[in-house]
Design a protein around this ligand. Structure first.
Ligand code: ADP
Ligand code: ADP
Length: 230
């Protein structure tokens, strides 16, 4: 049983003209424990739309998303999303940003602090607890984004173009660090769903790649990334 199973999921957006724009045509896919799945496609191909439906932020126009076999509306899900734009709270320190989702869940201060310190350590932000986002480089800000997403130990970590706002070298470093942490099993999540328009990024990070074509609604769900022997 996969964590997430999408069955004949589709999405169209209503238009003022009453024509409907089909963004995702009926699609079956699943996300299993232990895998990184990349969703690859050009800008405007429907990647964010599909991510939102799998994460429970948006309702499919047709079909159903299941979490552990239960329809997503009735399932208890624990997910986080990392955004391209970081989406940090500018008036909060690094530590307060990371603590925020735990606070929202009513976790006690001591445990909150402990969990946050540990994840800040993991993502390389030890010593930056008291800094504000505007004092940090883009790469460091996205580390805060990762820490805030991971501190709740999400069952699935969703990432929507997490490296796209960073310069090439920073992105490269952060990608390989993420991969190393994932392979060492130090990232507290069961699966990663990565949205990207960067084919090299998908091939580097993913076990499996889902491709959205330029034609609206065109989805291919099963490109496996081969492991090459050296
Ligand atoms: P991607 O993430 O691949 O760039 P999106 O899922 O953001 O693609 O968007 C796919 C298409 O659907 C685009 O043409 C976009 O303009 C359109 N779209 C996305 N969200 C909405 C919405 N809420 N209402 C109308 N059209 C939308
Ligand atoms: P729902 O499916 O729950 O109605 P949508 O997926 O339609 O939610 O919309 C969610 C997000 O899409 C909103 O944040 C909205 O601002 C954004 N959005 C609206 N129109 C567009 C568009 N044309 N292109 C891209 N994103 C859009």
């Amino acid at each position: 049983e996969p964590i997430i199973r999408a069955q004949q999921v589709e999405k169209y957006y209503a238009q003022p003209s009453e024509n409907r724009i089909q963004v995702i045509s009926p699609t079956d896919l699943s996300i299993q424990t232990g895998e990184i799945v990349a969703l690859l496609g050009p800008s405007g191909s429907g990647k964010s739309t599909l991510l939102r439906m799998l994460a429970g932020l948006s309702r499919p126009s047709g079909g159903e998303v299941y979490w552990h076999g239960a329809p997503i509306e009735t399932a208890k899900i624990n997910v986080s999303i990392v955004f391209q734009s970081f989406a940090l709270f500018p008036w909060l320190t690094v530590m307060e940003n990371v603590e925020a989702p735990l606070k929202a869940r009513g976790m006690a201060a001591t445990e909150r602090r402990e969990r946050s310190e540990k994840i800040l350590d993991t993502v390389g932000l030890d010593g930056f607890e008291a800094a504000f986002p505007k004092e940090l480089s883009g790469g460091m800000r996205q580390r805060v984004g990762f820490a805030r997403a991971l501190v709740v130990e999400p069952e699935v970590l969703f990432m929507d173009e997490p490296f796209s706002a960073l310069d090439v070298l920073t992105a490269e470093n952060l990608r390989s660090e993420l991969l190393e942490l994932w392979q060492k099993k130090t990232i507290p999540t069961q699966a990663i769903f990565l949205v990207t328009h960067n084919i090299e990024e998908a091939v580097l990070l993913a076990d499996r790649i889902i491709v959205l074509g330029r034609n609206p609604g065109h989805v291919r769900t099963d490109f496996r990334v081969a492991t090459l022997a050296h």
